[in-house]
Design a protein around this ligand. Structure first.
Ligand code: ATP
Ligand code: MG
Length: 257
């Protein structure tokens, strides 16, 4: 069953077809990867699915329901959580605090818990936060300020915040960019465990050398359109994909970029 499916989704920027009739689906409990050259529309796709951009044409279906052009907070309440870099002010808060302020509508309570006694509900939330931190192997850092975390640990903290919101579909734009290979692999191994628990992932990433073996299905975009889809072996051997993306990637690597 597809948890997410777009139907001819289009987004135009003053004549530029940033998304041109895009059909991308995410199977429930899968890790689905979207790749493609710079400017091919990957981030625009994420923004349009998660409600940050309005679609000009086409539909977004989530769990079979039409959610096209719902506002981002409503989409997030339905269980589609797009992760964001932890903003500066939150970096001064501890890892645990970052989780406690993540769930919708719980903002008020955190101030009570910082200033005084915990309510029962707060205890439940703290317990949930610790379980998530343990799962992601971040629990030893619970009282560290987020600004002291490494790049990879900060990415995991973004995932932890998505899990606090009971995400059904986690969307991440270049989650391992700038993360060292060892932590990248361990992050992706956590994603595999989460998908086995039924959480679905839609990931955009350029680091194919690391990410490919963890993915179930791949879409390739170029100039706002999907030009290929399939499993790793289909994609790597597809001449169109080699021409517009993989060939260019190799030469970038050769140039040391
Ligand atoms: N808010 C915007 N206003 C105008 N043009 C935009 C906007 N956002 C994206 N674009 C354009 O849409 C096209 C697709 O951009 P997008 O950021 O989605 O590419 P991408 O595949 O994510 O690229 P990258 O791999 O470099 O992140 C580009 O030509 C870009 O300049
Ligand atoms: Mg992008």
């Amino acid at each position: 069953m597809k948890i997410l499916q777009t139907q001819n989704l289009s987004k135009f920027f003053e004549g530029l077809k940033a998304l041109n009739r895009v059909n991308i689906g995410v199977e429930k409990g899968s890790i689905t990867l979207v790749i493609g050259p710079n400017g091919s529309g990957k981030t625009t796709f994420i923004n349009t699915v998660s409600g940050f951009y309005r679609a000009d044409e086409g539909k977004v279906l989530f769990e079979g329901k039409d959610i096209t052009n719902k506002p981002p907070h409503e989409i997030s309440k339905l269980g589609i959580v797009r992760t964001f870099q932890i903003p500066q002010p939150l970096k001064k808060m501890t890892v645990l605090e970052n989780l406690l302020i993540a769930p919708e509508g719980y903002g008020e309570r955190i101030f009570h818990s910082v200033s005084g006694r915990w309510l029962k509900e707060e205890e439940d939330i703290v317990e949930k936060a610790f379980k998530i931190l343990e799962f992601l192997k971040l629990d030893h850092l619970w009282d560290s300020e987020a600004q002291n975390l490494s790049g990879g640990q900060l990415k995991l903290l973004e995932v932890a915040r998505a899990m606090m919101k009971d995400a059904k579909l986690i969307i991440m734009d270049e989650p391992i960019a700038g993360v060292n290979p060892v932590l990248s692999h361990s992050m992706l191994e956590r994603f595999v465990e989460l998908k086995e628990m039924g959480i679905s992932f839609l990931i955009v990433e350029h680091r194919l050398d690391i990410v490919l073996k963890y993915t179930d299905h791949i879409y390739v975009m170029a100039n706002g359109s999907v030009i290929a889809e399939g499993r790793e072996e289909d994609i790597l051997n597809n001449p169109k994909v080699v021409e517009v993306y993989l060939g260019a990637q190799d030469s970038e690597i050769e140039c040391g970029v």
